[in-house]
Design a protein. Structure first.
Lengths: 103, 325, 163
């Protein structure tokens, strides 16, 4: 069996669902961000795989992947800044203990 | 079975390269540093072991090998033992794209990747992970502080390093190291003349990337015991040292490839020219080490973010303008 | 056959540490397990003839984002080393939901007949990506740089100490 598009799609679906499990079940805010990173990477694998197997004429898939990597870096930066600010004021980063709007 | 022979060739080339580097970079480099330091400070370096002290590093390595390796009790054993491996591997992987010269008609390079300098920058940034993991896993305040300082310094200085690489890639029109050497024809065409600011930025950023004086606050003995490798002994310590020296030599080799014309030169064979230029840059780095005092952390980060980063951006702008018009 | 073996090894290197990332009780180990995941994804990109994206993935994801995550872990609660319960009470529901989504996605992907477009990927993707970014996708490029600038300023302001 030669390597085809569906192999990459199966791997990226599994990675996406692992990231989703991480987002749904973890208490630490940084661990949730790590799950989000896994989901973004799964989407990137999809983009590059579709670029090679379905639309190889232009490199739009790879360019879009670069944009997604850039935006993921921005999002992680701002998200972690928020986590640090929250830790400084609320003294915890467990998200199920941050349940009151006014401290 | 084409892929089988390809894998065998790649493994053989990598093993050969790493062995060669362990001898040239680690052993010979450490000895060179001590001899040059002695010469600058008007004293003799090691001269007792072997003729003129040439076997000194061999003796040191044998001594380190037979030391007991201690793992602190509350440390995370898996991470503690893997961290030196990551640092050593990342330092050695950067050598895969450096062209040593031509032999006959073929270029002596392990693999001429078409994203050569991007791969080199990526391997230089992998070292940070090993340092952070090692400092964390030692369960020791001084190690953790040294690791955090070192990591923040190294990721800050990757930016000017990348900008210098981008300027050179623009001038040469390719990311491949062999292509960059081929684009510098004659000794007047070397990029050190056309891209002199990029050369200065690259040299400063490279010195900071390998944690050498004047940027060696993370390893300062007077402040942090030994920084992130305080708790390491024996073979782990020598793996850290190997990674650091291999990366310093890799930065020197990359400087000759990008700016000094690689293997090109009039009379001698190309291999000899490459090593001559590389050892010139290494001598310069060691000269700087024994001359300057150490930067404070805020001076170090000031230099990166307020001076080198704007200089790199402005140079990319000027260089792009100059190439287009 | 060789590419299939390489694909299987790289998928294992990607998926097994990803399981460690989402289930480990030690958050520093989760963060360190992100690195083999990202390196496995780099290998998958190289298999898909996207070598420039692979280089950028190592440089940014494994080299910078992981370091950022480790820094924040060490500067907040994870750095104290105290054993805190890491998973909340939604574990069975979460596992069921993700497994169901995985099954649905894989079933859809395996049943769809994907068309094959014309053309091939060029040998040297970096030049082509640069040309595309500055000619036909220049608006995307400019907007992305603006987003980078805004998030840089925003992150600095949010993370500062109150004076």
């Amino acid at each position: 069996m030669t390597l085809g598009l569906t192999h990459f799609l199966v791997v990226s679906s599994l990675l996406f669902c692992l990231g989703l499990y991480g987002v749904l079940t973890r208490r630490n805010a940084v661990a949730i961000l790590m799950g989000i990173e896994l989901m973004l990477n799964a989407a990137n694998i999809n983009l590059v795989a579709f670029n090679k197997y379905v639309a190889p004429a232009a490199l739009n898939g790879q360019v879009f992947t670069l944009v997604v990597i850039t935006l993921a870096a921005c999002e992680v930066g701002v998200g972690l800044a928020l986590v640090m600010a929250a830790y400084r004021n609320l003294e915890t980063v467990q998200v199920d203990r941050i349940n009151m709007l006014k401290w | 079975m084409n892929w089988g022979s390809e894998i065998a060739k790649a493994v053989l080339a990598a093993v050969g390269m790493f062995t060669f580097l362990a001898i040239v970079a680690a052993m010979f480099g450490v000895l060179l540093e001590r001899k040059i330091g002695g010469w600058i400070q008007s004293r003799l370096g090691p001269k007792h072991v072997g003729p003129q002290g040439l076997l000194q590093t061999l003796a040191d390595t044998l001594k380190l090998l037979q030391k007991e390796h201690v793992t602190p009790r509350a440390a995370d054993a898996l991470v503690f033992n893997t961290a030196p491996l990551v640092v050593a591997t990342a330092g050695l992987m950067g050598w895969l794209v450096i062209p040593f010269g031509t032999l006959g008609g073929a270029v002596l390079v392990v693999r001429d990747l078409n994203i050569g300098i991007l791969f080199f920058a990526a391997m230089a940034s992998m070292t940070v992970i090993g340092i952070l993991a090692g400092g964390w896993a030692s369960n020791n305040k001084y190690s953790l502080l040294g690791a955090l300082r070192s990591a923040s310094q190294m990721i800050s200085y990757e930016l000017p390093l990348g900008m210098a690489l981008v300027a050179v890639a623009m001038e040469a029109g390719t990311l491949s190291t062999v292509g960059i050497v081929r684009a510098q024809d004659g000794w007047m065409g070397s990029f050190i003349f056309r891209q002199f600011p990029a050369f200065v930025i690259f040299l400063v950023a490279a010195t900071a990337e390998v944690n050498r004086v004047p940027f060696d606050l993370p390893e300062a003995e007077s402040e942090l015991v030994a920084g992130y490798f305080s708790e390491y002994s024996g073979m782990r310590f020598s793996l850290f040292m190997l990674g650091e020296y291999a990366e310093m030599f890799a930065m020197a080799a990359m400087t000759t490839t990008l700016f000094l014309g690689g293997w090109k030169g009039p009379l001698l064979p190309p291999l000899v020219w490459f090593f001559l230029k590389m050892y010139l840059v290494v001598f310069f780095m060691m000269w700087v080490r024994w001359t300057f005092p150490r930067f404070r952390l805020d001076q170090l980060l000031n230099l990166c973010w307020k001076i080198l980063l704007p200089a790199g951006l402005i140079w990319i702008l000027v260089s792009g303008y100059r190439i287009t018009f | 056959m060789g590419t299939l073996a390489a694909f299987l090894i790289l998928s294992a290197v990607t998926l097994i540490p990803a399981v460690v990332v989402v289930t480990s009780k030690n958050i520093v180990r989760s963060a360190l397990a992100l690195i083999p995941t990202f390196l496995g994804i780099t290998g998958l990109y190289v298999l898909l003839r996207a070598e420039f994206v692979a280089g950028i993935q190592v440089l940014i994801y494994a080299g910078a984002i992981t370091v950022l995550i480790l820094f924040v872990i060490m500067l907040t609660e994870g750095g104290t080393g105290i054993r805190i319960r890491q998973v909340n009470e939604q574990v069975p529901v979460g596992a069921l939901a993700s497994a169901a989504l995985a099954a649905l996605l894989i079933w859809v992907f395996l049943r769809t007949p994907w068309p094959k477009g014309p053309g091939t990927i060029p040998e040297y993707t970096a030049t082509q990506i640069g040309t595309t970014l500055l000619s036909s996708m220049v608006l995307v490029f400019e907007v992305t740089s603006l987003v980078l600038l805004v998030s840089l300023i925003g992150a600095i302001i949010i993370a500062r100490r109150e004076r």
